[in-house]
Structure formats: C-alpha cells, structure tokens
Write a protein that binds this ligand. Structure first.
Ligand code: TRP
Length: 455
C-alpha cells in the first residue's frame, strides 16, 4: 500500500518489487524478438549504436518523466494526464493515445507471443521425435489461418486472466522468480553461439558500426524501438509510476531498468547473429529471425532440443510480463473511471485486442495477405503506427508536461524522494527531460518526414 493514503489502489509492496515489475514490463518480445529482427533489417551495428543513444538520451528521461507523473497523481494514465496540470485537461490526450497504442501493440504482440507458445510445444515434439525445427515450420505456422489465431487467443486469455487477479500479486510473483532464469539461459545460448565456427562475423555485425547506414528510417526505427522496449510513451510507465513506493528513487531505478533491458537485448543479439553468420543465413530474415535461428543454435548440442524448449518457455514468461503491463493500461482506466470490476475490464480489453489482433495475424495468411494499407500489411502497419509514431509523439508530449508545465519544484521533489539530501543528478535529469529528450524526438520525427535533413 502506498504511503500517500490512497487505500483503494493496489501498489508494489517494495522498491525491489517495483524494480522487478518494471523490468518485467520492459523485457519481453522487444528484446528477444524485435531487437534482433530490427537490427538485422536495419543493417546491424549502426542501428545498435543509434538505439543505445536513444535509450540513454531519450529513454531514461522519458521513463523518469512518466514515473514522476504517475507517482504524483497516483491515478491511471488517462486521469493522471487529465489532472496533473491544473485546469489543462487537454493533456489527457496522452492517456487516450496510450489506450490506442496499447491496443495496436497488443494486436501484433499477441500474434508473435502466440508463435512463441506454439514453439514451446513444437520444439518439445521435435526433441522427442529427434528432428530440428526449420524455416518451413515457421512459415507454416505464421502463414496459417486457424493455428496462429488459436494460439493468439489462448495467449490473450492467459494474460487477461493474470490481470484480472490483481497487480502486485500477479505481476511481481511471476517476474521475480523467472527473469533470472531467462538471463542464465541467454548466457548459455551466447556461449553456444559464440563457439560456432564463423561466429565472429556476427559479433562484428553487431558492434562495428558503418555510420553511412544511419539514414532517417534507421534513426526512426531505433527511436521507436527504444520506446517500445522500455514500454514508454503510452502510459504503461505512468501507470507503474502510480504504483511506485514513495521511497523508490526514480532516477536510479529508471537507469537500472534501462541497463537491465539493454543487457538482455544485447545477449539476445549475441545468441542470434553469430549463429546466423555461422550457418550462412541472412540477418535481414524479418520477423521469423528468432524462430528460424534459435533451434539451429542448439541443434547439434547434446539435449539441444530441450534447451530450445526451455528457451521458448522462458521467452513466453517474459512475454506475459510485458503483455500484462500493456493490458493494465486500459484495465486501470476501466476499473477506476468506468467502475468496472477487474475481471470485466480484462474481458472487455481482451476482446478489443483480439478483434484487431486477428487482422494482424491473418494479414500473414492467404486470407488477408493481399490487403495492404500505405503499402504495409496490418501486422506491419500496427507496429509502425504504434512504435514509430504514437509512442514517440506520446513521449514528446510527456516531456513537455513533465519538463515545462509541471512546477519545477514539484518535479524535483519527486526526483529527490528517497534521498536524505538533494543528489547531484536531479538538475541534470530535469535538463534532459526539458531539452535533450524532446529535441531529439522532434529532430528524428521531422527527419523521417523529410522536413529536416540530418544527412
Ligand atoms: N517493452 C515490452 C517488450 O519489450 C513491450 C511493452 C510492454 C510495451 N508495455 C509496453 C511497449 C508499453 C510499448 C509500450 O516486449
């Protein structure tokens, strides 16, 4: 329970619990599936470099801004932005945009999560019968109709069930116990992948940037990925901020979350690219990259099939933590403002997500594969609209609220909480929230629209 006296709201019990839950939201398919896939399709190390800069210069400040606003208001994201600046209710648009983004993200996220759950069973079966999953297996799954839809529905039902059972209990318990295991298994993957002959080409691909590749679309993709991976720009972190204990130190907590999230992404990259190069695959393998590569990493190892299964089990767990945090945004609003019970709110939210999600899933099957909007399938369109547009725009607005409209003293007071005396970084961070983050977001957005030319 928070010390702010709001008794009806659930809250993270401890600072450690708040950290693990935040990490649980941040770490998910963004790290294990999206980071390697986008790195591969955007040319490698230059993208990684741009991504790291976006995390440090934009991601951490925006996370701070969201946590400050969340903890100050202790409300769901829509109401938080409605009330945080007195007499300026228009900022609740950030919360509304966030609800839209949550549904758009979940539409393709649950499709991919469904593939992960399917791969738990497929890899186990392959192990039992003594085969290895290949490219054909992934193509058949993702390009199918009923099979991916059924997995998607199952995954969504599971996540809604967890949400319906309450914040601290549901989220904290699952993430605290299983995240460390995922970390260890990624390390095993890395050792295995790095010891393959020819692995070093994959390492250079990740870490030796060719700066000529830093084009406008690459920069925008890196920015979008930073928002997506850290769960920023749409209210998830505002909502989690509203559950933060008063004693939690906002900047150190945000920095630790960003570091943990980045380490897990790089470990995933180090498991995948060395193997891609060692087996003569192509880095630009698209959304199937993870599913086509991991079985190969383990293929020739003793009990490799079991490791593959374990890998997908732990990825599935990470995925649940992230999905729960996405569903929590609309659910918190529906329960607090619309007075629905948690189970009803979870069902309503899940149904909306499945309606759009089915479009994303079927856009890869013959049913809807011919339908293109702005040249993109529903799957790619939902991803682009949410990660590359709504989240950065939301982040920009959040930076304006926290950095410019919120009283300076209020902002600093939140950042100082948990410290006996004002720490050195409070002023620095407020400058990042006020200037660095919004200017960079604006520059990258304008650059990608062709209004401003960086290169
Ligand atoms: N960060 C999660 C991941 O990497 C996905 C996620 C959870 C998210 N909550 C979010 C993305 C809010 C954007 C906004 O898998």
């Amino acid at each position: 329970m928070s010390s702010s006296g709001i008794k009806s709201r659930d809250a993270f019990a401890t600072t450690l619990g708040a950290f693990t839950a935040t990490v649980g939201s941040a770490i998910g398919l963004g790290n294990i599936w999206k980071f390697p896939y986008l790195t591969g399709s955007n040319g490698g190390a230059a993208f990684v470099l741009a991504y790291l800069l976006c995390v440090a210069l934009v991601g951490i400040p925006i996370m701070i801004a969201e946590h400050v606003i969340g903890r100050r208001t202790r409300q769901n994201a829509v109401q938080a932005y409605e009330t945080v600046i007195p007499r300026q209710r228009g900022w609740s648009a950030i919360g509304w945009g966030g609800l839209v983004a949550a549904v758009l993200i979940m539409a393709f996220y649950t499709d991919v999560a469904g593939w992960v759950f399917a791969y738990v069973f497929k890899s186990l079966r392959a192990f039992v019968v003594g085969t290895t999953l290949g490219q054909g297996d992934f193509a058949a799954l993702a390009g199918g109709t009923w099979e991916p839809l059924a997995w998607q529905l199952g995954v969504l039902a599971l996540a809604c069930f967890i949400i319906a059972s309450g914040v601290s209990k549901g989220i904290e318990r699952a993430t605290k116990t299983l995240m460390p295991l995922l970390f260890v298994l990624l390390l095993i993957c890395d050792v295995r992948a790095l010891s393959l002959p020819g692995a070093s080409a994959g390492v250079s691909y990740l870490f030796r940037p060719d700066l000529a590749k830093l084009t406008a679309p690459v920069l925008l993709a890196a920015l979008g990925l930073a928002f997506f991976k850290l769960s920023l720009g749409m209210g998830t972190m505002t909502t989690y901020g509203s559950y933060l204990p008063e004693a939690t130190r906002i900047f150190p907590n945000a920095a630790r979350v960003a570091v943990a999230d980045t380490v897990v992404s790089l470990l995933a990259g180090l498991a995948i690219f060395p193997a891609v190069f060692a087996f003569g695959g192509t880095p630009a393998g698209g959304p199937g990259l993870l599913f086509n590569t991991i079985p190969l990493v383990f293929a020739k190892m003793p009990a490799g099939g079991l490791f593959t299964t374990l890998f997908f089990i732990l990825t599935a767990v990470a995925t649940i933590g992230a999905m729960v945090s996405l569903i929590e945004v609309p659910v918190a609003w529906l329960t607090e403002k619309r007075r629905l019970s948690r189970p009803v709110a979870a069902i309503v939210t899940g149904a909306g997500m499945f309606a759009l999600g089915a479009l994303a899933t079927l856009s890869q099957s013959p049913v809807l594969s011919g339908v293109k909007i702005f040249g993109k399938s529903f799957f790619d369109l939902f991803d682009f609209l949410s990660s590359n547009l709504l989240l950065p725009l939301g982040g920009l607005a959040i930076a304006v609220v926290a950095g410019w409209l919120l009283a300076r003293t209020d902002f600093q007071a939140e950042l100082d909480k948990g410290f006996a005396a004002r720490p050195w970084h409070t002023k620095l961070m407020s400058a990042f929230v006020k200037f660095v983050a919004p200017v960079l977001i604006l520059v990258i957005l304008l650059d990608s629209l062709g209004i401003l030319r960086l290169s």
